[in-house]
Design a protein around this ligand. Structure first.
Ligand code: DQA
Length: 155
């Protein structure tokens, strides 16, 4: 048991394609923070919440799927911004559904305020919930929500 009597939670944070370009990529949608900045904010929040985050970015659908599969016995939760794969990938949706690790979907931009093709998420139906439109804060809110749901077994 953890010193504060809470079991230590390990959370896998997955960032999908093009998110390695954050900071210089369309800041009007995605803000000016880099991916490293966001990961640092997540680590800060994680230490407040007494959880550990493991962050991975990939531009490759298969690598994200492999990470989800390998996560099955290591992580109690997944925080995922699948980027454009959100709107295209039945395979990532199926991987999340197969491993049954509670997950929360996040987006920096509000995908419902943007082009029609961004309005559908294949992932939304297999996650606890989705947070979209709050910039880097979407990740922080997502981590808080995911942690609370896992601890209260609300998934
Ligand atoms: C995004 C929204 C997606 O539509 C887009 O393809 C991204 C980023 C977001 O965080 O706002 O790459 O997931």
């Amino acid at each position: 048991m953890h010193p504060k009597e809470l079991p230590l939670l390990n959370i896998l944070v997955l960032h999908g394609p093009n998110l390695n370009l954050l900071g210089k990529r369309e800041p009007e949608f995605y803000g000016s923070l880099t991916l490293d900045d966001i990961n640092s904010l997540l680590r800060e929040e994680a230490s407040k919440l007494d959880v550990k985050v493991f962050c991975l970015q990939s531009n490759h659908e298969g690598s994200l799927i492999d990470a989800i599969h390998h996560g099955a016995d290591k992580y109690q939760g997944i925080l995922i911004n699948a980027g454009a794969y959100t709107h295209t990938s039945i395979a990532i949706r199926d991987a999340l559904s197969a491993v049954k690790i509670p997950a929360v979907e996040v987006h920096l931009s509000n995908i419902y305020k943007r082009e029609d093709f961004r309005h559908h998420s294949y992932i939304a139906s297999v996650v606890i919930g989705q947070i979209s439109g709050f910039g880097a804060q979407s990740y922080i809110l997502g981590l808080q929500a995911l942690t609370a749901c896992i601890r209260q077994e609300l998934y």
